[in-house]
Every structure is written in C-alpha cells, then in structure tokens.
Design a protein around this ligand. Structure first.
Ligand SMILES: CC(=O)SCCNC(=O)CCNC(=O)[C@H](O)C(C)(C)COP(=O)(O)OP(=O)(O)OC[C@H]1O[C@@H](n2cnc3c(N)ncnc32)[C@H](O)[C@@H]1OP(=O)(O)O
Length: 818
C-alpha cells in the first residue's frame, strides 16, 4: 500500500522549520523538566500520520542528546473510525525511532494508563474532543516530553461535530453551540511551549517559544534515618514530598487511645504522586502490622475503582520488592484487591466502608465523595487517611477543606495531621503545559474574594440577576466571570469535571444564570437545562419504558406518574445551583430561584424543577422555595450514599394540576414503600417528604379499626402490652397520620412523629432509632405509648382511663381500605 506507507508524500520545508524550532529549545526543555505541545491540524489522515511520525522521530533524537534515556510513547485514538485507524497505521509504519517504545490505546481503555509515565503522548482529536480526556491524559507526560494533538483542519475544527457534542444534544435541540473548541484553540494560541501546524495549507500557524525561567532541578531524595518501615519501602518514593507522606503514615501503626482517632489528610494538585505515596505507605503498614496482628486488612475507597489504580500499582511493586506472595483480584480491568495469605488491601465503594471490618481506611480522591458520606466513614473508624486533589480533574478546590476538614479540625478527639504535596512527580513546578491545561479546563478556578461592600450588598439584597450568553463567558472579556462561576461550583459541589465545562459551553439546551453583587462579584451560580415539549410518539415510548437523552423530569414524570399530558409542557431543570461558600444561608439561593421563576414565567415556561442527592438541609432549601417532591430513586447512590430526589415548582395552572396530583401519588407511594424500599432512609427526610403538600384525606374515615383493634390499642397505651403486639395498628395509624390534614391529626411533637415514621412505617429497630433520634430506650418506649394514647383519644373521643376493656359486639363492618 503505497498510500499507507506515505511514499507519495514529502515532508514540507515549513514543517521541517516548524520542528527545528522545537530542536532549538530542547536543551532548556530537558533541563527545566518542561513539557511541550504540538498541534497538527489537517484533513488527510495519511499526511497527518506521516507528520506525527516525523515529529516524534525528530524530537526523540534531539532530546536524546541531552538526557540519553529510553522513552515510552502512548497513542490514543478512536478505533471505530476508518480514517482514525488509517492515521494510526501510517503513524506506526512510518515511525522510525531509536529509543522509544510506543503503545496504542483506544480512549475508552485509556484509564489504565493514568498512573504511568510517558515521554510522548499523541491524542487523535480528529473525531472527538472530550474535555475529560484532556484533563486526564495530559498529566501522564513527563518533563522533557511532547504532547501531539492531531486535530481536524484548524479553521473548521470549531464547528466539527465531535462525539462529545453529539452526546450532549437532545432531540429538541439537535445543534450544539460550538464554543468549547474555539476556547481550546484560543488557549493553544495564547500559551507558550506550544506550536501549531496547518497540514492542509502547509503553513505554521504558531511557532513554539519557551517563555519561562528554568527552576533548579529537584532535590535529592532524603530518606530519614529513623524509620519504622524498611528503607526498601522508602526507595520507591520519587520526591521528598512522597517520603514525607510515607513517614506520616508510620503514625498509623499504633492504635489511638480509646475514643480517639488518628487522621492524616493529604492534599495535592494533580500529578504530585499522592496516590502512589499512599500505596507505598499502605504496604509499609501491612509489613509492620503483620508483626502484631494475624491478618491486617487495609480498606481503600474512592469514587470509582479507577481512582485507586496507581495506589494499587505501587502497592504491588512494594509487595514484590519485599517478597510477599499475593493474589491480584480484578473487576472490569481494575485491580480491586491484593490478597495475601495473611493480609489484604481491598477496594470498596464508599457506601460499604462503614459496615466492613478493617484496620485502616484510606479514602482516595476524597473530594469526589459527598461530605455526609465522608462523615460516616470518619465516624466509623479510628485510623484513617484522606487524600485528595485540590485542583485538577477530580479537584474540589478548597471545598473539601471548607466543608469537611473544618469539621474534623474542630473535633477534640481527632489527632489530625495535614500535609500538602506541591512537587510534581513528572515535570517542573512551573510547567507551561500544566498551566495551559489548568487555564483551558479551569482546573484552578476559585470564587471571587468578597469585600465588606459585597457583604453589605448581600445583606441589603442589593443584588443583580444575570442572564449569561455562553459565547460571552468563553471569551476574553467574560473569562474572569466564567472562572468565578466555575470556582463556585468547584468549591460547593462534590463533583466537577472538565466535561461539565464542556456542557456549559456546548450543550444547546443548557444556560447559565448568576447572582452578582453590585461590584460584579458572582455569589451564586446556576446551570439550567431546557426539558420537555416532547412529541406524542416519544411520550408513548417513554410510557412503555423507552429512553430519551436529557429530559430527566419528563422522563421520570411519565414513567412513574403516568400523566401523558405532562410531556407537552416545557420547563427548566436546575442542573446545578451553588452559592459562594462564604455567604451560604443568607437568602441568596432563594433569591436566585425566585428570579429564575420570574424569568421562566416571562418566557412562558410551565415549570422549574431539580434533581439532587437528598439530605435534610438541602431538601429544606427546595421545600422552602415552593418545590414539590415528585420522585425518589429506589437505591442510594453508591458514592454519595444518598437517594436522588426530583422536585418541581409549577408555574402555569395546567402544571399546577399535574404537580398537585403527582405529589399526592408520590406520597401515597412513599407511604407504602417506606417499609419495603426505604427502611434505611433518614427518618427526618421521610418526615419532610410526607409532610409537604396537600392533604390526601379530609377526615378520619369511619370504621377504620375494628373494636378489637381499638381495644388492643388501648391495652398497649395503658401499659402491659408491647409495641410489637400493636405494631399492625400503629402502622395503620402512621399512614392515617400522614394522609390527614394537619388539623385532623392527633397532635404529636416532632420527636413523636419521628418515632411514628421510623418505627411504625420504616420498621427500624429500637436500637437504630435510639441512635438516630438520640433518645434513651425508655424514652422511646414511653413516647411510642403516648402516640397510641393520643390516637386512642382521637379515634374514640374517650379518655383511656375510663375505657371499659373487652369487646362484646360481633356486628361491625370494617373499613379495610383507607
Ligand atoms: C440541583 C442542585 O444543584 S442541588 C445542590 C445544591 N447545591 C449544593 O448543595 C452546594 C452547596 N450549597 C449551596 O451552594 C447552597 O447552600 C444552596 C444552593 C443549597 C442554597 O443556597 P443559599 O444561598 O445558601 O440558600 P438560602 O440562604 O436562600 O437558603 C438557606 C436554606 O437552605 C438550606 N441549606 C442547604 N444547604 C445549606 C448550606 N450549605 N448552608 C446554608 N443553608 C443551607 C437551609 O435549610 C437553609 O434554610 P434556613 O436558613 O431556614 O436554615
């Protein structure tokens, strides 16, 4: 195949010139441990493959003059496209390298390379640009290395229909906005250490330049004299920061005193080797713990098993070096356990950690886990490591410290050690490509600093509601506001990925709103999605269980509430809302929602809705703002440990009718599902859900209980019999309580209502209720009897003291259905 071999092509002199500029700076690049980037744009896969091969070949030889190493390269592509396969083939056939070994991977499988280091990375972006890929993969390249981006023709790239763009459109909005790639291009043009070549027109778009000082290369590793772990363990560290982390982990060898906890918190930007350091340290711990314990067990958790692969990889290397025998257990290609005869290092989903036995718990990428879940994990153990990315793909900014760390810092029984790793493992601390990546993906975005004037504006509600045009946000003028906006999400939300940024830019049905102070500081950020106005055929499909991209609210409404007409309505789903952490709880979020509703009404929309992991505080926020619960997921999310709840606020009369009925259906369903599906739901949340909305019954129906049941209720109320003997009646009473309007219910305090839900509806054990409601057993039993007495009075209008026990009559009708 002449074409595939690229024989008909010659390398243009402009490309040779383009490459020579890399050669000119290569000495500084190698010495400074900087990385470089090259973009090759064009339409001919053969030519592109050839140029990429020449580029690597040239670069390798130049680099080798200065560091005399062996190199490794990774080529990532989409194998479902013939021309992407052709490009890769041409590249590999024409690659004439002396010191480099290349590997080829498809994007879907590229996760497994994340812990490894490569000298060269080629990303074929001719078919797709998924922001998360840019976020994950660039970091694997070492200082002195080169990243090549292969892209569609430079001038057409912006409007190119990528897989990412196709996936984020919905049937009602088929055309994406084409903003994100334009943004990426502007950053490629702006940052140094990046060159751009136009293969179609054989011209240099941008020459490479290096505009930064070389910082002294890193310090030699110093292993402390006095260590508990063997020196061999420490030898796996690549930086002194890693040494420090391993040394800190020695502190977990000894158990804390009773009632106390030892916690180590490690924070770092991406690429600082924290997971690897923790992996090395865990084997150190296993090694020493084995001397005092028959079978030490370390539990590792993270949002997903892929997050702990570098930890596992380093743990394996150290185990091998220390001569341990063990089995490697994998799930879907990820290592989830290293099982030796007398030890184990095991990955478990966060939700499982509190109930599994283990000596030490390591939480990796902790910022990716919801704060209430982190709390449960922290409560359940006394020796823990939390490690997390501050900025970067999994980063949560200072959110982790603001919301979680501040709590454990103030706990007197926790001996807390915090350590921030700064030294990058693979490249220099002032690496230009990391800088480009951070700026492009807003990985270091932070919210605005608020002044006393801003706080005054907030107190006086001197606020401005802003309707953003995404084009403006992703422009030089709007960039600062975009950074503030995204910074709020990073800080307030538990999960933020570059793909979310891509959605804001390109998803045609997503819009952004914000609240600013008068000086222009953003204090609340909202991301909204248009949903609804679904045609009848699709609606019928949904009713039969079919799917539709996006449209979460209409989809669940149709599937679970079955009102077909709802599909025609148009609404806004609040995808994310977050208030600047410094000023939460001051009414800004509520003000934003009221403005949003006003805008939605002015645009003729029917509803505003939201879906979120439900907890008491957050649900309070939505209920306070007039949103009705509509649907709740049957399972807890394995990472956040929360049920997902959908809430909706009707804006038109027609929607009102649907929502009022839907909410009644929801509560009826919940009442009957609590004992079956939601036994473990927080009782406070169940009460909130049952209490909100119009009454389901007007009055207590006649003959609801038989005289025998009434008499059993009485004997439980006055004392000798147990709750269990009247559990059936208490269960029906609980249902009755939440079906009635408030003024027709027996008057119960909040705590008694909680007992009624927790015990009589959810069937929790007395012990479970005791710890959830923080009551003594005696009090619980007393309160439960009080409930029985109150309802005895409400049902019979008699005082239990003067009741005549026993039943004489046999002639009664029983209303067995409410
Ligand atoms: C679809 C979704 O995005 S749901 C996810 C919502 N976002 C988050 O959870 C991120 C973190 N939290 C926040 O950013 C904010 O607290 C928001 C968006 C939930 C509320 O915005 P705020 O400006 O704090 O709301 P506002 O002051 O109007 O209302 C406060 C009420 O919200 C509830 N609330 C929920 N979370 C919080 C919180 N972190 N801090 C304070 N109040 C909170 C409280 O019940 C409070 O009511 P109260 O004052 O009567 O006790």
């Amino acid at each position: 195949m002449r074409i595939e071999s690229g024989e008909d092509y010659t390398i243009p002199s402009s490309f040779k010139r383009f490459l020579r500029l890399y050669g000119k700076i290569i000495k500084d690049i190698v010495q400074g441990r900087f990385r470089t980037l090259m973009t090759i744009s064009g339409s001919d896969p053969v030519f592109m493959g050839l140029l990429a091969a020449k580029a690597i070949q040239y670069y390798e030889r130049q680099r080798h003059r200065y560091d005399k190493k062996k190199y490794s390269g990774l080529y990532v592509y989409h194998d479902e496209f013939d021309d992407a396969v052709l490009l890769k083939e041409v590249f590999s056939r024409n690659l004439n390298v002396k010191y480099t070994e290349f590997q080829y991977a498809v994007y879907e499988r590229s996760e497994r390379y994340l812990g490894s280091t490569f000298s060269f990375l080629i990303m074929d972006l001719t078919k797709d640009l998924k922001p998360n890929d840019l976020g994950r993969l660039i970091g694997i390249v070492e200082g002195g290395g080169l990243v090549i981006l292969l892209t569609p023709p430079w001038d057409q790239w912006d409007t190119y229909m990528t897989i990412f763009k196709r996936n984020i459109t919905v049937p009602q909005f088929p055309e994406p906005r084409h903003i994100f790639i334009k943004w990426v291009k502007s950053k490629l043009l702006k940052h140094d250490s990046i060159g751009i070549y136009d293969a179609d027109n054989k011209r240099i778009i941008k020459k490479i330049e290096l505009k930064r000082e070389i910082k002294l290369s890193r310090k030699k590793i110093e292993i402390p004299q006095d260590t508990l772990f063997p020196k061999q363990v420490y030898e796996f560290a690549l930086t002194n920061d890693q040494v420090k982390v391993i040394k800190l982990m020695e502190q977990l060898y000894e158990k804390p005193r009773k009632g106390k906890k030892k916690v180590i918190v490690i924070t770092a930007d991406r690429g600082r080797g924290k997971s690897c350091a923790v992996g090395i340290g865990s084997v150190g711990l296993i090694h020493v713990l084995r001397k005092v314990k028959p079978k030490p067990r370390i539990l590792v958790t993270a949002p997903s098993p892929s997050n702990v692969q570098s930890l596992m990889m380093l743990a394996r290397r150290v185990l091998d070096a220390l001569g341990y025998k063990y089995e490697v257990i994998k799930r879907e290609g990820n290592v989830i356990e290293l099982r030796g005869e007398k030890f184990s290092i095991e990955y478990w989903e966060p939700i499982n950690i509190p109930r599994i036995r283990g000596d030490i718990v390591i939480v990796d990428e902790a910022a990716g886990i919801h704060v209430p879940m982190l709390h449960k994990i922290w409560m359940s153990r006394n020796r823990l490591v939390f490690s997390t990315t501050i900025h970067g793909y999994e980063g949560a900014g200072r959110g982790f410290s603001v919301r979680f760390l501040s709590k454990i810092r103030s706990d007197k029984n926790t001996q807390l050690v915090e350590y921030e790793m700064t030294e990058p493992i693979r490249y220099s601390i002032n690496d230009p490509i990391e800088e480009w990546q951070f700026k492009t993906l807003l990985l270091d975005a932070e919210p605005a600093e608020l002044t006393s004037d801003d706080i005054k504006d907030i107190e006086e509600k001197n606020l401005v509601y802003v309707e953003y045009d995404p084009k403006y946000l992703f422009s030089e003028k709007g960039e600062e506001e975009l950074r503030q906006l995204f910074g709020i999400y990073v800080l307030a939300h538990y999960r933020n990925e570059p793909d979310d940024l891509g959605m804001i830019a390109d998803a045609p049905h997503h819009i952004v709103r914000a609240v600013k102070t008068r000086s222009g500081k953003i204090v609340c950020a909202l991301q909204i999605a248009y949903e609804g106005r679904i045609d009848r055929d699709t609606a019928n499909e949904l009713l039969k269980g079919g799917r539709i991209p996006g449209n979460i609210i209409p989809d669940r409404f149709l599937k679970h509430l079955r009102y077909k007409g709802f599909a025609e309505l148009l609404g806004w789903r609040v995808v994310r809302i977050a208030t600047h952490p410094q000023v939460q709880g001051r009414g800004i979020g509520s003000w934003a929602l009221s403005k949003l509703s006003e805008e939605a009404i002015s645009k003729g929309l029917d509803w505003v809705a939201a879906g979120f992991g439900v907890n008491y505080e957050l649900l309070r926020f939505w209920l306070k703002n007039g949103f009705y619960p509509l649907h709740i997921s049957p399972d807890r999310n394995p990472v956040s440990g929360e049920y997902t709840l959908l809430v909706i606020k009707p804006l038109s009369k027609r929607t009102w009718e649907y929502v009022s009925r839907a909410n009644k259906e929801f509560r009826l369903k919940l009442l009957d599902s609590l004992p079956i599906v939601y036994r473990d739901m927080e009782t406070s949340v169940a009460m909130q859900l049952l209490n909100y909305g119009d009454p389901l019954l007007n009055d207590i129906p006649d003959n609801l209980f038989s005289p025998v049941q009434i008499d059993r209720l009485w004997i439980y109320c006055i004392g000798p019999m147990t709750f269990e003997a009247a559990a059936d009646i208490m269960h029906r009473l609980a249902k009755l309580h939440w079906l009635l309007p408030k003024d027709k219910r027996a008057e119960l305090s909040r705590i008694k209502e909680a007992i009624l839900v927790g015990k009589a509806l959810q069937g929790k054990s007395w012990d479970e209720l005791k710890s959830e409601l923080r009551l003594h057993l005696k009090e619980l039993h007393k309160f439960a009897r009080d409930i029985a007495c109150k309802y005895f009075r409400a049902l019979t209008r008699k005082d239990p003291e003067i009741h005549e026990p026993g039943v004489e009559r046999l002639d009664y009708d029983l209303n067995i259905i409410f």
